[in-house]
Design a protein around this ligand. Sequence first.
Ligand SMILES: [Zn+2]
Length: 118
Amino acid sequence: MICPKCEYEYIDGIIECPDCGKKLISSEEFKGKLIHPEDWIVVRTFYEVYNAEMYKANLESGGVESTILSKKDSSFPGVGDLSVVKLLVKKVDLEDAILIITDIESEDNDLKEDEEYK
Ligand SMILES: [Zn+2]
């Protein structure tokens, strides 16, 4: 799925662009040219850079290259404080990346459960 305005591609499950709120369209409908020549895909979005960096570090230790894009680096000026940090991986690494991300998120849940038992 692709945002026709920002020209970013998103994984399944995201139906609206986190940046501009536009409904995402399928790659078949999209007639423009993606701005990521190496086929990067957004796997998660964050509001805090440090969260994105935590994921990036985990992905890298799992051998998956990732990159963080925030509005500050963008050539499009952001609107107000609504800055979204995007975490991207290469499409060829997507399956590995999803596994690692699922792992991170299930570990988080384990920690929370442990705390509840104390
Ligand atoms: Zn957009």
